[in-house]
Write a protein that binds this ligand. Sequence first.
Ligand SMILES: [Zn+2]
Length: 284
Amino acid sequence: MLARRLPGLLPPLRFDEALTVTTIHSVAGVLPSDAGLLTERPFRAPHHTCSQIALIGGGAIPRPGELSLAHHGVLFLDELPEFTRHTLETLRQPLELRQVHIARAARTATFPAAAMLVAAMNPCPCGLAGDPHRQCRCDAGSVERYRRRLSAPLLDRFDLRLDIPSVPWADLENAQLEAEPSLAVRARVIAARDRQWTRQGRLNADLAGADLRALCAPDTLDARAVLRRAVERWHLSVRGVGRVLRVARTIADLGGSGGVTADHLAEALQFRRPDGDPAAYENG
Ligand SMILES: [Zn+2]
């Protein structure tokens, strides 16, 4: 339900983006014949039984998969560990490159794949681990096997990872009354993205390598110390550090801050907290 709301928090598609999204849907053969230009950001939520070709794209005549159909929008994978490991692993490179390259004997094709990937999983096979009101009946071995279905390098590609405890209905209703309206959140998102376009001519999500380190570098000695301690304690990989810097830069942008401070970094690091083995997620 949360993931489905995400496209509504993003700015409307620009005309060139709408053209690309419409073209991809047309090439994939999923555009109704009477449809005009698609103007809504796509939200795709394929079932975990979907094949690798359906998810990534492919076929004798290469067609875009769900990842490309979600270009400029959101790809939501519910029950992430239920997808086959092989299917999930083939996501890694396209997520990094933000495009899918399909090579067949007869022809090759490249489809754009700049989607926001959102995934959800249970804490254990029965879903009750950590629930204060009900008892989880999974043994340690099955919990471990369930979590191990996701490789460390795949997990490393998620910028934000968080536990969402189950919430009693009454609390949920209260939270909805107090929550910031979607329109206000969307205005902040649009302002943050405008800042990124003005500063560097692209979104933070599209920064990589030396640009990423230069444009998202922490501004103060305090902030650099926070990062150094995290790198030492959690054995963050180079990619992991890059992702923390990018999230910190985005948090600063959302707050309208010119520089990346220790507070921004500390908040970004909360979303990368390794659970259990500190090195477990950082060897990709
Ligand atoms: Zn359980």
